[in-house]
Design a protein around this ligand. Sequence first.
Ligand SMILES: Nc1ncnc2c1ncn2[C@@H]1O[C@H](COP(=O)(O)OP(=O)(O)O)[C@@H](O)[C@H]1O
Ligand SMILES: [Mg+2]
Length: 243
Amino acid sequence: MSNPVPPENAPESEAESEDPILSLSKLAGGLVHEIRNPLSTMNMNLQLLLEDWEGGESPKEQRTLKKIRTLQREVKRLEGILGDFLRFTRGHRLEKEPQSVAALLQELVEFFSPEAEKHGLSLRLSVEPSLPAVPVDRDYLKQALLNLFLNAQQALGRRGEIFVRARRDDDCVAIEVIDNGPGIPSDRLARIFEVYYSSRRGGSGLGLPLARRIIEEHGGTLTVQSEVGQGTDFTIRLPIDAD
Ligand SMILES: Nc1ncnc2c1ncn2[C@@H]1O[C@H](COP(=O)(O)OP(=O)(O)O)[C@@H](O)[C@H]1O
Ligand SMILES: [Mg+2]
């Protein structure tokens, strides 16, 4: 049967008028929540199992413990992927307010220091004096920066430095996250902002696309320069005057 022709000026139904991307991301968000609940049950029970078997010294007990730890690691990994996915699909509503980049970076560096220390990395911050305030959404900008910090830390492994630098750059404030890690070969460099591209075991491949999207929603840019054997420099440029 052919579809009846809708009368002219008929109001569109809600489902039809909704942005398909939006409804897709709602659907995906729902699915993520459904998966998260059983995962957290698994996590809890694995923890209990671990406590039951901990301290066992026979080879069989040791093997069992090892398997439990592997399962825990994989569950954690899935939780991480779901978290990244949710942050990526969720629509952003930025609440921009003029912010001091110096204060924000100081706060973030303090927050990340214990993590850097744990990995034996040094974390250094240098902010040009009297930078103008920039209209940003603090939480989202922090999230984008944190993704860059984490990537640097993961690339460095157990040795090296993360250097965070902020300076005036024409009508922008530029924030750089620089590491002296292994660098990124050019064939990989072309792909790192692709959704789901990851060279790390257990990586979600959503960190950089999410960071770039957040920065672009601020009217800014996120770019990268990298040299193999030297390190990598991610640069965020945020316009001082919004719009
Ligand atoms: N500082 C860095 N040094 C070297 N490679 C990096 C760095 N930051 C990102 N990358 C590369 O970009 C890829 C994508 O990063 P990202 O989108 O955050 O996903 P993930 O961290 O889950 O792999 C990483 O897997 C890695 O290959
Ligand atoms: Mg990442």
